[in-house]
Write a protein that binds this ligand. Structure first.
Ligand SMILES: [Mg+2]
Length: 118
């Protein structure tokens, strides 16, 4: 499976892509929502892991853009340090299928992927 990691932290990208590699998936990096739109114009991915806070275009802004412009059909999992019910509700309303709390372990990520694709 090909996974697009959208996060302004390269350290997060490196960590999560390593976890994905260990369970047999490939990862691509976009550093914000604008970069994600650009990457998705030429790359087909199976899943998107989306950060909340990013410059240029945040996670929620990317979800809104995708709702209006149909940028991708891939399921989108929000990665966030926010566990407030309002944040989670907003992400789901905007079209994310799941959310995962940062920081997370490889086991948690794998469980989440199974949940999304079951
Ligand atoms: Mg961020």
């Amino acid at each position: 499976m090909k996974v697009l990691i959208v996060d302004d932290s390269k350290a997060i990208y490196m960590m999560v892509s390593q976890m994905l590699k260990e369970i047999g998936h490939d990862a691509l990096w976009a550093e914000d929502g604008v970069d994600a739109c650009n990457k998705l114009a030429s790359e087909k991915v199976d899943l998107i892991l989306l950060d909340w806070n990013m410059p240029n275009m945040s996670g929620p802004e990317f979800l809104e853009e995708n709702g209006a412009e149909n940028i991708t059909d891939a399921p989108i999992v929000m990665m966030t340090t926010e566990n407030k019910p309002d944040f989670i509700k907003k992400a789901l309303q905007l079209g994310a299928v799941e959310y995962i709390m940062k920081p997370f372990t490889s086991d948690i990520l794998q469980d989440k992927l199974e949940l999304v694709f079951e």
